[in-house]
Design a protein. Sequence first.
Length: 211
Amino acid sequence: MALRRIFGALRISSIALLGVVAAHGGSGGHQKPIQVAEDADWATKHMAGEHHISSFDTSSFFTLHDYDSNGFWDRNEILKTYGMEDPSAKDVTQEKKDEIVAEIFKLLDVNGDQIVERDEFEMYYAHGKVLPDFGLGPGHHWDMEMEYEIHHWEKYHDENTKEEDLIHPEDIEHFRLHDQLEDEAAKQAAEDRIAIVEHNIPPKFRRDAPA
């Protein structure tokens, strides 16, 4: 298990997280989960849990989730914000995903062009409204490393953690996925070095094909 490389990645992701927090008004020194009121709205819980940001304005929230920085949210960005691209949402039906998008457009898409523009979002919040909670979690949308760090490492581990301390089910699964990805990458690299990959040849053209 390549734990040294993984620890290195965790330290790098910590630095990246600090940069994001500092850029959006949070406390750069705050690495432990932020506690919010049980009855807080979904966006507040999302920002605390996913971004470690306790105080934010409407514009910064919109910008942070405008993933391609084109000034509006499209269907894919709405789904990503609500965590529908994360592996944890694998059992969410397409019907439910369509429902999420339809409801967001119904609430925020004033001109009906199937996108949510910045001014539409800010106007919505200016009227005292908030993003709905669809009951599907906090909206995981980081990569594997950051999700593990935010939702497990920072709660139970720190820079003094040793390899023998990584015994939680979340640790074991995380490192199992690392091993799996490394094995797949090694296999692909080996195949890339071969001029002809046998299993890519249609069966009828293989040497051992029945006559």
